[in-house]
Design a protein. Structure first.
Length: 204
């Protein structure tokens, strides 16, 4: 029996995805090193971590601008922001699949197609990450490059503290998403089938 192959992901999206993934992991490693830096730390030395974090952050900011531009120009933004009828019902079915059915070997209830690439939960989470968390992370990170522009105090605390907390908390959410994303990437028909799709663009 011949397996049908479906062209699912364009080249620009795959290149952006892998670039962003490497940058996020680099930012996570350098960010953790900065956050928990001590004189005897075994993590990346503070000065090196700061340089890596700054450079990777600026590249990630440019990468995100590219994503927004390409997503808008190609119409791919609809995959994230267009709600379809029955969204809540499909989200509950998908949640049951992730929490129970997947461990029973049952098939994916809403497999990806060229027209609808995300199931309801993916669409919700990806939209929150790409159109809410990432703008906050990028903007707060860029503002960190200009600490002298921050007020001395905000509501009785250091002027940079609200910005720092916003950046840290958002980065934590994005990092947790990344870990979950890596796990779910292994839950296709085989442990590598979804990863192969993101490399080749073809779904089998």
């Amino acid at each position: 029996m011949t397996t049908e192959r479906i062209r699912l992901l364009p080249l620009w999206l795959r290149l952006w995805h892998w670039t962003s993934a490497m940058l996020l992991l680099t930012l996570a490693a350098s960010g953790i090193s900065l956050h928990f830096a001590t004189p005897n730390s075994l993590l990346i030395p503070f000065r090196v971590a700061r340089e890596i974090h700054t450079i990777a952050g600026l590249i990630q900011a440019a990468s995100y601008v590219f994503f927004l531009s390409a997503n808008a120009a190609s119409g791919n933004w609809r995959q994230y922001l267009s709600l379809r009828d029955g969204f809540a019902c499909r989200a509950m079915v998908q949640a049951r699949y992730y929490l129970w059915d997947i461990f029973q070997g049952k098939p994916q209830p809403y497999p990806a197609t060229p027209d609808i690439k995300f199931n309801a939960l993916q669409q919700l989470i990806y939209a929150l990450i790409m159109y809410l968390a990432m703008p906050i992370l990028v903007v707060s990170g860029v503002l960190f490059l200009f600490p002298d522009s921050a007020p001395d105090h905000v509501m009785g605390v250091d002027g940079l503290l609200p910005l720092a907390m916003t950046h840290y908390m958002t980065a934590y959410c994005v990092f947790m998403f990344t870990l979950g994303h890596i796990y779910l990437a292994t839950t296709g028909k085989t442990p590598t089938s979804l990863i192969r799709t993101m490399i080749t663009g073809w779904k089998e």
